[in-house]
Design a protein. Structure first.
Length: 54
């Protein structure tokens, strides 16, 4: 495990390109270009003008 964030009862673990919330894989980091949400297939792309485009 590289990093862990705890907010209230929710724990988020960051391991290389993977992001787990409460031990369930939630996101896959796509080479710094954005995040792919597991289960929905939604891709959140990084923007030059803002942190994330939703």
């Amino acid at each position: 495990m590289k990093a862990r964030k705890v907010f209230g009862t929710e724990t988020t673990d960051y391991l290389e390109s993977f992001q787990y919330t409460d031990s369930v894989l939630k996101f896959l980091n796509k080479n710094g270009a954005g995040l792919k949400e597991i289960g929905t297939g939604v891709f959140y792309k990084r923007s030059k003008t803002s942190v994330w485009d939703f």
